[in-house]
Design a protein. Sequence first.
Lengths: 235, 281
Amino acid sequence: MKTDISHISAVFVKQCKDILKNTQVLVLFFVYPLVAAVMTTSVGDQLGQTDFFISIFATMHAVFTPVVVTASIISEEKEKNTLRVLILSGIRPVEYLSGIGGFVFFCTMLTGSSYLAMGSYDVRSGAAFMLCMAIGCICSIVLGLAIGGFANNSIGANALAVPISMVISFLPMIAYFNETIGKVSKYIYGQQIGNFMLSPSDYHLTGETISVVIINFLLCLVAFILVFRHNRIDN
Amino acid sequence: MKAVRLVNVGKSFGEKEVLRNVGFEIEEGEIFGLLGPSGAGKTTLIRILTGQLAGFGEAFVFGESCDRLKENNYREIGMVMDNSGIYERLDCYDNLKLFVNIYKIDKKIIEEVLGMVGLSAEKKTPAGKLSKGMKQRLILARAILHRPKLLFLDEPTSGLDPATTKSIHELLLRLRSEGTTIFLTTHNMEEATKLCDNVALLHEGKIIEYGRPGQLCRKYNQENKISILIKNEQLIMLANLPENAARIEELFKQGEVVSIHSSEPDLEQVFLTLTGRGLEE
């Protein structure tokens, strides 16, 4: 049976309406851009570290927010049995997951584009910055899908999603000040994303960067597939 | 074609056998009631029929095996389950709009359905702020939004006030008159008697009786007596026999009769007779 685009858009539109009334989740899309804006305008110029602050908070935005939001949405739908209703109305799991994933991606990229206004990016480096954010966001959405599918309720999902995403998104920041941590964190996609975002115009992609991101993505995907098989969302 | 057909359906959860050799058929356009106390297996049977649970035996909905239901089959089914979720932050209109988009039907139906369940005034109220009865009506509105041919209702009026219950009953009778087949589970024998064309009594996972509510009550009319309340508050009990016809006629002629009842039991008493326990237990 083919995937029905109208089903995906129905889920997407539903989620757009829902998020506007769910301020606790909505604020996650704005918190890091706002903090970055405050930091860059207040102390960034004085310290000459504008791009540093942007890269730190953009990494958190691209990594932390999608994991927590995706896991939160899916676990809440499972907990409140709305997911069951959707599946029984003919929505296929892939359509539902695409609708939710697409929504989180759209919101992350939309609010994440505000970082472009804070830094001094030309078209090429701005596009590279956003591409890098998109890659981090996709990895995080897949990880969030796995966590949301695994957890039985939203409390359980947050208990897993927050520490995991904090490790992935905060380690790059700590690694700037601690080389030992940097030796470990370079194997996490958050670190590679953060490095790229720090200097998108002159960052030279290495085999290590590409392979770390791909392996991390595959690990998230395997986790998601295992969770989906073991704890099917349509069961 | 039968709307529902079950042949020797069974289900076990581990060691516990929840359903045993369940079999019956439901004609299109009838209201069928599955009666039984809590834990009898009513919800399990609905979950098997709606493809949410695999069981033994054969279960069919409109000729399609229940373990192979597809999107087009679900288009013909509406459900009100005890665990049917609603989006509490979205208002009533948007809760239904989502399913209008999924079913690709005209959004004008939303206003009509909200009117049918008496929620027109609450159109813009967040679902989380509705009372229990209103939430149940919203779930019912969602279940009938796409005009399903078969409606599964799992204790749709449980815990609701009499006015809401009455309005839901009226709606169900209207849906039946429009050709919808309704599969209803309840432990409310009044509801079953009032609404159902046929009922099955489920006890410990087994169908112990099946038939029209009136027929079942007459079948288990063991006393077979006529009780007559006369003007001096005296209750006269007479065997339902031809030789007592003259006595009853005489009481009527004398204008003594305040009320007269036959002694057939209600479904609750039938269930009690068959199992030794009540439906509400």
